[in-house]
Design a protein around this ligand. Structure first.
Ligand SMILES: NC(=O)c1ccc[n+]([C@@H]2O[C@H](COP(=O)([O-])OP(=O)(O)OC[C@H]3O[C@@H](n4cnc5c(N)ncnc54)[C@H](OP(=O)(O)O)[C@@H]3O)[C@@H](O)[C@H]2O)c1
Length: 241
């Protein structure tokens, strides 16, 4: 992946892992388009990096909004070289909750349907060279309190492996970032506060990107993505006491 003098779009680029990526890419001399639903937050981040961060409001759970985003980029940023599917939601729930199905469907739309559609749309952009998908260590070992979230990440991991082959002919490189649990507002403020900060993950990601790695893990997610049956069983027991 080209790490300097490039134009990169990051969904969910105004908070958490996405913000960490945005700030590092800016410091390396790139222009970053950040996308999310919260216009105020997007504008706040863009104002910190004038001319380097462009804010674009979009609700990626809407098919029309995804199409509108693609048309806007094709018209105004036809030099976009990298697209990062980072936006995601996480719902803590049980299968017996009254609103289980609605919340499960919301996760499926944002974590699966949206990045699939965005992949299909942005793979058409002639300038695109790199697609980055943010999955999770939970793609490999589920946590039952976030069962649907874990399953969406397993789906997205599988789809990423296939996408790497599907896009080879177009010359588009596909990179998978597989974070472990990190301290962000994912799932609600404070839920992840006992986990490591995003900064260490970002340092490690960029060291791996510089080495040309395309499957990038960190701390626990390294075991989860590469471990044999005993490692996975042990991790399952930790996640599901
Ligand atoms: N933190 C962890 O422990 C962890 C571990 C493994 C993987 N991940 C993955 O890392 C990615 C980033 O999560 P995070 O931890 O950085 O949490 P986060 O701060 O909550 O980031 C999620 C981002 O997605 C955006 N988003 C959510 N729904 C959207 C929608 N419908 N349309 C547009 N944007 C939307 C949010 O922006 P708006 O709310 O403004 O729309 C937000 O910026 C996610 O895919 C997550 O699954 C996180």
């Amino acid at each position: 992946m080209k790490l300097t003098n490039s134009k990169i779009l990051i969904t969910g680029g105004a908070s958490g892992i996405g913000l960490g990526l945005t700030e590092r890419f800016v410091s390396l001399g790139n222009t970053v388009i950040i996308v999310g639903r919260r216009a105020e937050l997007l504008d706040e981040v863009a104002a910190k990096y004038p001319g380097k961060v462009v804010a674009k409001t979009a609700d990626l759970s809407s098919k029309e909004s995804r199409k509108e985003l693609y048309d806007w980029v094709a018209e105004n940023h036809a030099d976009l070289e990298a697209f990062i599917n980072n936006a995601g939601i996480q719902n803590w729930m049980d299968v017996s909750d009254a609103d289980f199905l609605d919340r499960a469907l919301a996760e499926i739309v944002t974590n699966i349907e949206a990045p699939l559609h965005l992949t299909a749309l942005f793979a058409k952009l002639p300038s695109l060279k790199t697609l980055v998908n943010v999955t999770s260590g939970l793609a490999f070992v589920p946590a039952s309190k976030i069962a649907v979230y874990s399953a969406t990440k397993a789906f997205f991991h599988s789809f990423t492996l296939s996408t790497r082959y599907m896009l080879k002919g177009k010359g588009i490189e596909v990179i998978e970032l597989i974070p472990p649990a990190l301290d962000t507002d994912l799932g609600g403020t404070g839920i992840h506060s006992q986990f490591p900060p995003v900064s260490g993950f970002i340092d490690s990601v960029f060291a791996d990107l510089e080495q040309g790695k395309t499957e990038i893990t960190y701390m626990h997610s390294t075991d989860m993505a590469n471990g044999g049956p005993e490692v996975l069983k042990a991790r399952f027991d930790v996640l599901n006491p």
